[in-house]
Structures are given as structure tokens and as C-alpha cells.
Design a protein around this ligand. Structure first.
Ligand SMILES: Cc1cc2nc3c(=O)[nH]c(=O)nc-3n(C[C@H](O)[C@H](O)[C@H](O)COP(=O)(O)OP(=O)(O)OC[C@H]3O[C@@H](n4cnc5c(N)ncnc54)[C@H](O)[C@@H]3O)c2cc1C
Length: 397
């Protein structure tokens, strides 16, 4: 694969770089806050700017709002966003339910839901997991019973990310309790304002409110909010998970995070010389970089296949496992580098204020990052489950 850029691609890179520099909101710059630490408005700011520019869904077909960029242009786009440390856009509408709607939804549903996804007027959340149905998702018990032109939904979802802000939830429900587990599931779009829905926070170990429990009690959902066919929801659910998993790999952002890690390790001293110069630490960073380069090539191969119309198959599981392992190793090394200063739970946006915070500025947030990315090997289907998928689908074991 030729990795060098043509003059046109370099011009595109400059255009993107300038656009980000001129338009990324000042107040979000340099803040590596997790979404659980940000307000709703802050989370949506960059999305809205990109929507106005027409760059909010480069990965979508042009007819639904995509940019028509080549794979290289999309690669450049990701690299430039990572380089500028822009806040990642929420995946629930753009990478999860949006593609499901334009692939499996009817014309009415496309007209009704796609504009709100693009403009971020509608905030979506993912109602898949339930207590006892995470890895074994097909065992889910939230049931929907058809009564005339409505479904009556009863049950509960858990770990629902940012449901506290959501206008809509895409939800897996059991519509045929007598069929084989995978064959009795449907994919419903539920308006979060419908009576009978209660959202309760779950506070995670980094101290943030990012996930929730969602209780559904006699929730009336119009039949026109069913995607595709009743009891065929598992097919759409798996399609969505493939997109979700490849999106978790985060290669470009891990590159930037390694750069930051190296800066920390160059500033930290061991016996008077930089930590980065010690054999042990530099070997760990080199191993990380090698693994990330290998992952990058795998991701490019997946993107190239996607551009030829082949959606992410089991390789999405490989991207997910390696990408999340690398993210976690980076935060582990950052904590190792700053040592006991990692224990200071300083809010990372306030270290330049008057309040005294022990330790260097770069140590702020290292512990939050470390704790926060523990989730990445769990969500989107745990890494153990991804190993099972590879064993079955790739290795045929
Ligand atoms: C921060 C966060 C955000 C999330 N956001 C959402 C969201 O927005 N919407 C949503 O629907 N879900 C969300 N999830 C849920 C996530 O998808 C599940 O947590 C995940 O699928 C694992 O399910 P579980 O938690 O029930 O664990 P379990 O399935 O109970 O698994 C427990 C452990 O056993 C292992 N295990 C289970 N079965 C097997 C097996 N067959 N072989 C080998 N090992 C196995 C697992 O790998 C894991 O280590 C989120 C989770 C987290 C942590």
C-alpha cells in the first residue's frame, strides 16, 4: 500500500488542518475531558460546526449526507482531528443507528430520523444491554407486545451511555418469546419522552456520570418505529455492532496519546535523566508503537475493503481487541510515568487556575484516563467475546 500523499491529498490535509484550527471551539481546546465530565452543549459544539460545513458523516454514502471522500481523505481527516485533539463525535447516531436506518429503514423512517441525526437535534442512546444480558445479548428479556398500532414495552436496559441527555433510544426488544433466542428479537426506535421511561444514573470509578439504567414500564411505541421486519432485529443489531467495534479502535487518537506519553516521559526524571531514556520504559513505548503501526495497517485494509462495498466482518473484532488493548497500555504507562501524582484527582481543565494542585500539569487527568478506558475492553462486546468470534468466524475452530 502506497502511504505517501499526492499533492492533492496534501492540499486537502492543509484545508482540513486550517479548518480545524479556525473553527474548533476555543473553550474545548487542549481539554482531554471524557464525555462524563462534559456538558451536553460542549459535547455537541464540534458536531454542530461540522454539520454546517457538511463534514459530519464522511463515512456515509453521499446520498444521505456523506462527503464522498476517498479512503485516504478519511484517513487524513481522522489524523488531523487526532492531531488537534478535537473531541470525538458521539457514535450513537452517526455510526450506529444512522447506518441501520439508511440501510434497513423505510423511506418514511429515513426522512424522519436522518436529518435529526445529522444536525444533532436528536441525541440517540443505545438500548442493547440488560442486567444478565451483556455478552449473552440474545438472552435479552425486555419485551414488546403488539396491541393494535402500538407495541407495549416492559423491561430494563443497563449501561446506557449518556441516556440522561437522549431524545431517542434504539432498543432491542423481544417480540416472540417462543422463538429461538436470536429469532424473536426486534429493533425499535423509542422516544425517550414517552411516559413510562425512567433514567437512573450509574456513577463509574472515575467519578463521572456517563452511564445509566433505563426502566421501561408500559411504554407505548408506535408500530411505525419498528426497523425492518418484526423478529429480524438480530440481523440489524449485528450490523450495528460491526460498525461500533471498528469505530472503537481509535488508531489516530492513540498515536497522539503516545506522543503525549513520550512528552511526559521526557519530562520525568530518573536519577537525573529522562525516564524516556531508560531501557525499560523506552522498550515499553517502542512495543506500543510497533503494535499501533500493525493495527493501523489492519485498519487501512478494513477501510479499503469497506470502500469496495464490503462491510466490516470479523476483522472488526481484531480492530476492537488490539485498539482497546493499546489504549489501556498507554494510560497504564502514563500512570507509571507520573507515579504518585496520578493519585491526585485534579480536574484537568482547572490546573492552570489559582488552586494549588500538586504535581506537574501533565499529571492531571492521568488517573481518570486510566480508570475511564477500563471500559473499552468491556463495551461494544467484551474482548473475550471478540476472541470467541475470531476463533469461530476467522479460524473456524
Ligand atoms: C462504560 C460502558 C458503557 C456502555 N454503554 C452501553 C450502551 O450505551 N448501551 C448498551 O446497550 N450497552 C452498553 N454497555 C454494556 C456493554 O456492552 C456490556 O457491559 C458488555 O457487553 C459485557 O456485558 P456484561 O457487562 O453483562 O458482562 P458479562 O456478560 O456478565 O461478562 C462478565 C465477564 O465474563 C466474560 N464472559 C462472558 N461470557 C463469556 C464467554 N462466553 N466466553 C468468555 N468470556 C465470557 C466477559 O468477557 C466479562 O469479562 C456499556 C458498558 C460499559 C462498561
Amino acid at each position: 500500500m502506497d502511504m505517501s500523499f499526492s499533492p492533492e491529498e496534501l492540499a486537502f490535509r492543509d484545508e482540513v488542518r486550517t479548518f480545524i484550527a479556525d473553527n474548533y471551539p476555543q473553550e474545548l481546546k487542549g481539554g482531554r475531558r471524557t464525555r462524563g465530565e462534559m456538558s451536553k452543549e460542549d459535547i455537541l459544539k464540534w458536531h454542530r460546526i461540522l454539520y454546517k460545513k457538511g463534514w459530519v458523516v464522511p463515512h456515509w454514502p453521499v446520498e444521505y449526507g456523506g462527503t464522498g471522500w476517498t479512503i485516504t481523505q478519511r484517513y487524513i481527516w481522522n489524523e488531523e482531528n487526532a492531531r488537534a485533539e478535537t473531541s470525538p463525535l458521539l457514535p450513537f447516531g452517526l455510526s450506529m443507528v444512522g447506518p441501520v436506518i439508511y440501510t434497513f429503514g423505510n423511506e418514511e423512517q429515513k426522512k424522519r430520523f436522518i436529518p435529526g441525526i445529522l444536525s444533532a437535534d436528536d441525541w440517540w442512546c443505545q438500548g442493547y444491554s440488560e442486567p444478565g444480558s451483556g455478552s449473552d445479548l440474545a438472552s435479552l428479556r425486555t419485551k414488546a407486545v403488539r396491541e393494535g398500532d402500538h407495541y407495549i414495552v416492559n423491561g430494563g436496559k443497563t449501561w446506557t451511555t449518556l441516556a440522561q441527555f437522549a431524545d431517542w433510544m434504539f432498543c432491542l426488544v423481544r417480540t416472540d418469546p417462543n422463538a429461538k433466542a436470536q429469532e424473536g428479537i426486534s429493533f425499535l426506535l423509542i422516544d425517550m419522552k414517552t411516559p413510562g421511561i425512567t433514567v437512573r444514573p450509574i456513577i463509574t470509578m472515575d467519578g463521572a456520570h456517563e452511564v445509566n439504567e433505563v426502566f421501561l414500564e408500559d411504554v407505548k411505541v408506535p408500530v411505525e418505529n419498528l426497523i425492518g421486519e418484526e423478529n429480524k432485529g438480530w440481523t440489524y443489531a449485528k450490523f450495528l455492532l460491526g460498525n461500533e467495534r471498528s469505530g472503537i479502535a481509535g488508531v489516530a487518537r492513540s498515536k497522539k496519546a503516545i506522543e503525549r506519553l513520550k512528552n511526559i516521559a521526557n519530562a520525568e526524571l530518573v536519577d537525573g535523566s529522562p525516564l524516556m531514556k531508560t531501557d525499560e520504559f523506552s522498550r515499553k513505548v517502542a512495543e506500543l508503537e510497533i503494535d499501533l503501526s500493525a493495527l493501523e495497517v489492519t485498519e487501512l485494509r478494513t477501510l479499503a475493503a469497506e470502500s469496495k462495498g464490503r462491510g466490516p466482518g470479523p476483522e472488526a473484532s481484531i480492530l476492537k481487541i488490539k485498539g482497546t488493548e493499546i489504549q489501556q497500555r498507554i494510560t497504564e504507562l502514563a500512570v507509571e510515568a507520573v507515579g504518585n501524582y496520578a493519585l491526585v484527582q485534579a480536574p484537568r481543565m482547572e490546573v492552570t487556575g489559582n488552586e494549588f494542585v500538586p504535581g506537574p500539569d501533565y499529571s492531571a487527568g492521568t488517573a481518570q484516563d486510566y480508570f475511564n478506558v477500563r471500559k473499552t475492553s468491556i463495551y461494544g462486546g467484551s474482548n473475550e467475546i471478540q476472541h470467541n468470534i475470531i476463533a469461530k468466524m476467522v479460524l473456524g475452530l
